[in-house]
Design a protein around this ligand. Structure first.
Ligand code: M6R
Length: 619
């Protein structure tokens, strides 16, 4: 969950590393640090607790000049956020530094071993065992061979880790290693300069040519290029991928927060998601990278969706789509539960992961479990080059562009859209979805970005959401209710509110309200209902009556022209009318904006909510 940036070349390393860390701060923001090999050949380290700005100030006071360096932004696992626990961690002689993303699960045992060898620890982190282990092997069995020492040390570690090591004794190289599902390691190729980063946006301003490390691989990176090996030193061939993301897509532009920008660009991101996928002539869906032909689609007996957080809620919407349009049973599982449950997986089953980052540790482990049991594995994934896209039999790229805000927004609507495309594709390939129905949905899908754009533009212009935040920001509890395809939207709306404004919120299936939650309703418990005019509309209206009868305030996501509901509730969050299958994609947008404005009104740090990180690469 931490962010790593490395640079080796001709330019000053510190500003390039800092710029990269700024793009990665969403991965962790407990502390930050950097080490640069100075002009005398010594490693200079600066580390500060708190956000990156503290490190920037420290560097302004005490700059370091040099052309090789590594930086890190931390999400604390072992040891509280503090300067002493900030990365990079150094060897006792100060000749070697290491930054890490991941967890050393056997760190206590290794720490004791190293202490018995005379190493003294200066931090509470697990990372410090890595730097001491490398140092130990370097000066003992590896006889001054840094690569060998790194390999030996990494072979001792249990648990996922991605590291970059830099030694003043080998100033011409950075060594990057990936062990397990610790999150990505991208190696970027420049002209006479090279880059290493946990995530693409950190180095996208400098290069579009990148290669990605797989499990148990390392890169020896010099200014001229990189050599890839496995942990036994055997050469590995790596494909260099061209990344077409626009570097400014990972910048805030005129918006105050990344989350705000990402909410309001959903018209465009949905256009990108649909680009190249709709065949208006044959009324078909094009999903080439899924690698699933008609015969395979017909053989499928069921689909299990595995995901976490917001991606899990997207999966719940996908269940409705796939069961309805492809007539295949779907179960949706938390990846963290699936992986430890000894699940029954059949060879004629598809296990489908949904993951924005493509690096969520539980989701990758669930895929691994499914692959071991012989299922067809697939992923709906946003991050290019990420592990989920590479370890699966087929994938669907979300094409939403980089998502930086910790609270996922545009990736949610992109994944639901992709799930609808998948359901249409499977329906056609399995011969269960007649052409007129496909034609109708494809036509409606083509209008989706425009409808989203209108909804968002109106919201941006109006004062509605700021006024609602003014009215409701002091409440401590919210209930979100939805039914059928909008039940997952209720859960996602509640998650958005709680993760960025720290207000307790529960998302519930509306029909379950009478089985418990109704006991909570009073004037201090607002209820947000998702109530477009669909086949359960009347039931939602009676739900609203029941809340109102108990003096509960009600906010309703409803069709903009629905005067019936407007007369009953305290506030309407309007959405345009479209096909019922597309409504969840639009219905979540007002809930994202509401959560955003509530967090802003409460003075919360929207893009860096406490205790959270963008990709969860540790258990
Ligand atoms: O990258 P992933 O989609 O696998 O991430 C899954 C969750 O960690 C993520 O959706 C998380 O719940 C977000 N904070 C939600 O806004």
């Amino acid at each position: 969950m931490c962010g790593i940036v490395g640079y080796i070349g001709r330019q000053e390393a510190a500003p390039i590393i800092l710029q990269g860390l700024r793009q990665l701060e969403y991965r962790g923001y407990d502390s930050a640090g950097l080490a640069v090999l100075d002009r005398t050949g010594a490693l200079q380290v600066r580390r500060e607790a708190g956000k990156l700005v503290n490190l920037e100030q420290a560097l302004t006071k005490a700059p370091i000049s040099g052309v090789v360096g590594v930086g890190h932004t931390r999400w604390a696992t072992h040891g509280p956020p503090s300067q002493r626990n900030a990365h990079p961690h150094s060897s006792p002689d100060g000749d070697l530094v290491v930054v890490q993303n991941g967890i050393v699960e056997n760190f206590l045992e290794l720490r004791q071993e190293l202490e018995s060898l005379g190493y003294r620890f200066c931090s509470d982190t697990d990372t410090e065992v890595i730097v001491h282990l490398i140092h130990h092997y370097y000066h003992n069995s590896s006889a001054g061979d840094l690569e060998r020492a790194v390999q030996r040390a990494m072979q001792r570690l249990k648990g996922p880790s991605a590291i970059v090591a830099l030694s003043s004794r080998h100033p011409d190289r950075l060594i990057a290693v990936r062990l397990g599902n610790a999150g990505g390691v991208a190696v970027g190729f420049g002209e006479g300069e090279m880059f290493v980063a946990s995530d693409i946006p950190a180095i996208l301003h400098h290069t579009r040519q990148m290669a990605f490390l797989d499990n148990r691989q390392m890169a020896v990176v010099t200014a001229q290029g990189a050599i890839f090996k496995d942990l036994y030193g055997r050469p590995v061939q790596k494909e260099c991928v061209r990344i077409d993301w626009n570097p400014t897509a990972a910048e805030k532009g005129e918006f105050r927060h990344f989350m705000q920008k990402e909410i309001f660009e959903q018209g465009r991101s949905l256009t990108d998601t649909l680009r190249g996928r709709l065949d208006f002539q044959r009324h078909s869906i094009i999903l080439d990278s899924l690698n699933l032909d008609a015969a395979q689609a017909q053989r499928l007996s069921r689909i299990t969706i595995v995901a976490c957080g917001t991606s899990y809620y997207a999966g719940l919407v996908g269940k409705y789509y796939i069961e309805r349009l492809a007539r295949l049973p779907v179960e949706v599982d938390y990846a963290s539960e699936f992986r430890y449950r000894e699940p029954l997986v059949a060879p004629d089953q598809m296990v489908l992961a949904i993951t924005q980052s493509g690096e969520t540790v539980d989701t990758l482990a669930a895929l691994e479990e499914a692959r071991t049991q012989g299922a067809f594995t697939a992923a709906i994934v946003n991050a290019i080059g990420s592990q989920a896209a590479r370890v699966t039999d087929g994938h669907i790229a979300m094409q939403a562009g980089p998502e930086i805000g910790v609270a996922s927004t545009k990736a949610f609507t992109a994944s639901i859209t992709d799930l609808l495309l998948l359901a249409l594709y499977l329906g056609e390939q399995r011969g269960v979805l007649p052409e007129p129905q496909r034609r109708h949905i494809i036509r409606m899908l083509s209008t989706l970005p425009g409808l989203a754009g209108e909804l968002l533009e109106e919201a941006l212009r109006s004062e509605r959401y700021r006024e609602l935040a003014e009215r409701y920001h002091t409440y401590h509890n919210f209930l979100y209710l939805g039914r059928n395809i909008h039940y997952p939207i209720a859960r996602e709306g509640a998650l958005k509110l709680k993760e960025i404004s720290y207000i307790h919120a529960e998302g519930y299936p509306a029909g379950e309200m009478k089985h418990g939650p109704i006991a909570l309703i009073d004037a201090n418990m607002p209820t947000v209902v998702i109530a477009p005019r669909d086949h359960v509309y009347d039931k939602m209206l009676s739900q609203i009556e029941q809340v109102k009868a108990r003096s509960g305030p009600v906010l309703a996501v409803a069709h903009a022209d629905d005067n019936t509901i407007r007369a009953k509730v305290d506030a309407v969050l309007p959405i345009p009318v479209t096909d019922a299958l597309l409504t969840p994609i639009l219905a979540v947008m007002p809930l994202q904006i509401f959560a955003y404005e509530m967090a802003v009104r409460r003075g919360a740090d929207v893009d860096q909510p406490r205790n959270l990180a963008k990709s969860v690469t540790v258990e």
